[in-house]
Design a protein around this ligand. Sequence first.
Ligand code: C2O
Ligand code: CU
Ligand code: CU
Length: 572
Amino acid sequence: MLISKFRINQFTLIFLVALFNSKAQNPLVIPPLLSGTSFSLTIQSGTKNFYAGYNTPTYGVNGTWLGPTLELNKKDSVTMNVTNSLNTSTTIHWHGLHVAPENDGGPHQIIAAGATWSPKFKVRNEAGTFWYHPHGQGKTDLHVSKGIAGLIIIRDSMEATINLPRTYGVDDIPLIVQSKAFDVLRQIAIATEDDTAMFVNGTLNPQVSLPAQVIRFRILNGSSMRSYSFGFTGSLPFKMIAGDGGLLDTALTLTQLRLAPGERAEVLLNLTGMNGQTIYFRNFGSLLPNGIYGAAAVGVGSAVIPGYNLNPRNGADYDILKINIIAQNGSPVTTMPATLTVNNPWLTSSAIANRRIEFNTLVAGDSTQMAEGPFLMGGKAFDMDTINIRTQLNNVEIWKLVNRTLIAHPFHMHNIQFYVLDINGVPPAAIEKGKKDVILLMPGDSLRFITKFEDFANDTLGYMYHCHLLHHEDDGMMGQFVVMNAPVGIKQFDETQTVVIYPNPAQGKLNIVAKEQGKLKVSVYNTLGELIFKSASNEKKLTINTEEWPKGLYTLMLIQNLKTSFKKIIIE
Ligand code: C2O
Ligand code: CU
Ligand code: CU
């Protein structure tokens, strides 16, 4: 679905610059914290008065603007009762959580107007910062922009052993950063390039008082399009302790941290000895490389985003949150830990490396689409009824992503966390070495990550992967994958070195070439373990016609010279 665009012109620009320069300070709202194992979330509508004399229609959860923070404990079984009081359908997705597809809250788990959806799931993620937001097909940007979003904090016994600030709202501070666009009537607008209003936890021009001790910030970039290079006044150093999926191995000392839409980070800032001072949490937007939405420029020549250059936030440095430093409280944390946890990425030697997803335009090479879209993922626009990728339970897989457009896209995948292996052949920077569920690809980037599909299999119900620029997602830059049940009676995957099989995935034809002489016997089983093909050859090469086979995963059994090996193949 394409949404018609509201463009910046000289008239609206005067109004936009006025918003940009507005300096009145409002106390930072700390969203209420809900804890336990049963949560009641009601999605509602209302109005806010962000601008004097104007009513702005909004949405919220248990209120009319944003939603509460949910505190979950790893291993707890939780029930979410989500009631939709809007007069339109929506969904609530648990971004970053490892849950079964029916509990994921993607576009398939529609909550009709007036209905209640009650997923129950066990908390399996490690301690970290996650979030929830709507995911209705073609509606994500509108529903998020109008105010539906909230943080999820997961605690676990490992994280509890580290001396970290964890008093919510006192020294453990949520920062949900969102840029939003308003039209001339101060209605929230989407799919525009004039997102000049900057909110933290739903507060415009916010300020907060924080004690002179170590403060933990849980930063979520909840913006629809904009990336930031976050930092503090005077490039004060801080420590990054966690990324999307939880703690890093060691705390990283940084002065700026880039976060794309959907990404989270936990950082520690030591305010000890600074009682009475005022600092700012800022965006160093001038440091963003061109090509990222939020940088000085996106695209080149005729391949640019119309109106982009008129937004004064693009490529600019500015304050986001004023911090007034006050006296220490009773139980301050005053030191910062160096080592945190041990992440164990899966071994590439155990992985199947056969996925490749290209980001491209609808009309190949169309220069006007190269920076603005609409974009495709894997050569196709999203279709609710199409499963784009079939994987199998307990597969370890390497996925390759290639960005063939002129704008950076944050790739996000449901269900799993992944580890980035390399970007353009080079290992990722330290900040991107932990568990991730969103990763930004610059124009031209080719990136590989490794992941494992554990615990949940469902041969038909898909999980999403998509660009987390919400306008791109709504336009169809999304696909779905299913995790299929493991074949019955077929043991552990064993990568054979004596036979080469190609292409894999196969379309119509599969070639099997043995490296040694000797009779080659081949049997193919489907995911139910049923024998669907059998052949033998005295030649070193065997070509199988797979045209009639249903798309999906198969296991090939090869016997040659009394050696048996198995190989997973995909038929597309
Ligand atoms: Cu944060 Cu599919 O979403
Ligand atoms: Cu998600
Ligand atoms: Cu995108």
